[in-house]
Design a protein around this ligand. Structure first.
Ligand code: C2E
Ligand code: CA
Ligand code: CA
Ligand code: CA
Length: 276
C-alpha cells in the first residue's frame, strides 16, 4: 500500500502544479485526517552546540494518507492556511506536543523546551492565546517548556497581532522567530517583540563554510542577536564544519541531520532517554 501511495503521490510532486480539483480533494481529505488518525508528530532534537547536551526538540507535523501516502507539510500546511483548517490543525499540534512534553518529563527526560510551528493565520484567527492557555492548564504543563516559532514574514504582515504574542509571553511561553534572514524584517520590530530566540534559516547554514556570503550573514545574525540579548538556534546543520563555525561565532543551539532527523515519539524516546 505504501508503494502504491508513492506512485500516486508523483502526481503532486515534481514541480507539477496541482489543479484546483486536486487541491479540493486534498483539502477535503485533510478535514478528516485528524479523526482518522492519519496525523502524527515527528520530533527533531536540538542540542547545545558547546556542551552537546540535548536542549529539546522541534515538533513537525506529518500526514500519512492511506492512498496518497505521505504528504509533505509544505503542501498541506499551505492548503490548511488557505482553507482556514490551520486553526484546528495547529491546536491539535500544540495539544499533542504539550501532552508529549509532559510525558517525557514524567519519564525523566531532561528537556528545556519543545518548539511548535505556528502560522500567522492561526494567530490572527480564533483566540490563539486563550487556546494555548487552556491547553497548558488541561495538560498541567509549565508554560516555559513550550516554545512557539513564528515566521519572520508574520512579523511584517501582522503588526496588529503583537498583542497576542505579548499575552503568550506573559503566560511564560517561549517565543522564537523562525527562518530568520529569509525576508526583510526591521530591527525596530525585533526589539518590540517579546521573543527569546532567532532561528537562522537552513538556506544560510547549508553553504557554511565555503560560501563567504552565508558565513557573513550567519555571523551578522548571531552578533545582532547577542546584542539584543537573544539566543540563536541554527537549523539544517548537516556536518561538523557547519557546527564548528556556528559554535565559534557564538550560536548557542543547533538542529539538523548532523545531530538527528525528525523521528516519531517512540524513536525519540529510545534515542534520548536511554542516554541518561
Ligand atoms: P521549518 O519550520 O523550517 O522546519 C524545518 C524543516 O527542515 C523540516 O521539514 C525538517 O525536517 C527539515 N530539516 C531539518 N534538519 C534538516 C537538515 O539538516 N537538512 C535538511 N535538508 N532539512 C532539514 P518538514 O518537516 O518537511 O517541514 C517543512 C515545513 O513545514 C516546516 O519548516 C514548517 O514551516 C512547516 N511545518 C511543519 N510542521 C508544522 C506545524 O505543525 N505547523 C505549521 N504551521 N507548520 C509546520
Ligand atoms: Ca520551524
Ligand atoms: Ca525553520
Ligand atoms: Ca527553514
Amino acid at each position: 500500500a505504501k508503494n502504491q501511495g508513492r506512485n500516486n503521490c508523483q502526481f503532486y510532486s515534481a514541480g507539477l502544479s496541482r489543479t484546483v480539483y486536486e487541491n479540493l480533494m486534498l483539502e477535503s481529505a485533510l478535514r478528516n485526517a485528524e479523526e482518522r488518525g492519519e496525523l502524527s508528530l515527528h520530533y527533531q532534537p536540538q542540542f547545545d552546540l558547546t556542551t552537546g547536551r540535548l536542549i529539546g526538540a522541534e515538533a513537525l507535523v506529518r500526514w500519512l494518507h492511506p492512498e496518497l501516502g505521505s504528504i509533505s507539510p509544505a503542501q498541506f500546511i499551505a492548503l490548511a492556511e488557505e482553507s482556514g483548517q490551520i486553526v484546528k490543525l495547529g491546536e491539535w499540534v500544540v495539544r499533542n506536543t504539550c501532552r508529549q512534553i509532559k510525558q517525557w518529563l514524567n519519564q525523566g527526560l531532561k528537556l528545556e523546551r519543545v518548539s511548535v510551528n505556528v502560522s500567522a493565520l492561526q494567530i490572527q484567527r480564533g483566540n490563539f492565546a486563550d487556546s494555548v492557555g487552556q491547553i497548558l492548564r488541561e495538560t498541567g504543563l509549565a508554560a516555559n517548556f513550550l516554545e512557539l516559532e513564528v515566521t519572520e514574514s508574520f512579523i511584517i504582515e501582522a503588526e496588529q497581532s503583537f498583542a497576542i504574542l505579548d499575552a503568550l509571553r506573559q503566560m511564560g511561553v517561549e517565543l522564537a522567530i523562525d527562518d530568520f534572514g529569509t525576508s526583510y524584517s526591521s530591527l525596530k520590530y525585533l526589539k518590540r517583540l517579546p521573543i527569546q530566540r532567532l532561528k537562522i534559516d537552513r538556506s544560510f547554514v547549508q553553504d557554511i563554510p565555503n560560501d563567504l556570503n552565508s558565513n557573513a550573514i550567519a555571523r551578522a545574525v548571531i552578533a545582532m542577536a547577542r546584542s539584543l540579548q537573544l539566543e540563536t538556534v541554527a537549523e539544517g546543520i548537516e556536518n561538523s564544519q557547519q557546527r564548528d563555525f556556528l559554535m565559534a561565532e557564538g550560536c548557542q543551539c543547533g538542529q539538523g541531520y548532523f545531530f538527528g532527523k525528525p523521528v516519531p515519539v517512540v524513536e525519540f524516546t529510545q534515542l534520548y532517554l536511554a542516554g541518561l
